[in-house]
Design a protein. Structure first.
Length: 199
């Protein structure tokens, strides 16, 4: 039991940090990022429909769990089919695991089979810190009004075993169902698990 507690402390992080955006707050429309294709965006562009943010690091085994199994790409595809935008965010600093240059990003994102809207290159960590992202993956669901309605883990089993995916409660899917129904996700906040974001 003590071993598990120590392991959990390593892989799990609080949903957010001091002064970071949290559940119930609105995403600033003027917050900006550049995507993996070199296109600039502001979060205001996504107003009017739900949005999922996914902090990722393709070298992290917890991220690999969801990409090698096709789970994350499946969530991305289903979200877009429902009219939801999906932005993955790479907040790894230059020289750290997961960092991608603008030149490397298009091929790397294609290699991962990304099915979402855009991948934000956030090597400054500005976007990641604003949302209190501490782990990869950290997931944030925003409703059509621009309000954060979910912040935390992708699912309920903090492991890097692909076999656990089918047994877990998928918090992102639950949150998107709640948004579609006009209700409040339950849970609305959990502790993300995974590798630390490499700021």
């Amino acid at each position: 039991m003590r071993i598990w507690a120590l392991s959990a402390a390593v892989v799990m992080g609080a949903a957010g940090t001091a002064n970071a955006l949290t559940v119930g707050e609105n995403v600033p429309a003027d917050m900006a990022f550049t995507d993996h294709l070199g296109k600039p965006h502001t979060f205001g562009e996504f107003a009017g429909k739900p949005l999922v943010l996914e902090w990722t690091n393709y070298g992290c085994p917890f991220v690999r769990k969801h990409y090698d199994s096709g789970n994350m790409q499946g969530l991305q595809k289903k979200a877009l089919e429902r009219g939801v935008s999906w932005v993955s965010v790479v907040s790894s600093a230059e020289g750290k695991q997961g960092y991608m240059t603008a030149a490397e990003a298009p091929a790397e994102v294609a290699k991962q089979g990304f099915e979402g809207t855009a991948v934000a290159l956030d090597s400054s960590g500005e976007v990641g810190r604003a949302f209190g992202a501490t782990k990869t993956p950290t997931m944030v669901v925003v409703n059509a009004e621009g309000k954060i309605v979910y912040h935390g883990a992708v699912d309920s089993i903090p492991s890097f075993s692909k076999e656990d995916i089918a047994k877990a409660d998928n918090y992102v899917a639950v949150a998107l169902d709640a948004v579609a129904a006009g209700t409040t996700p339950e849970p609305a906040m959990t502790s993300a698990y995974g590798c630390s974001v490499k700021y």
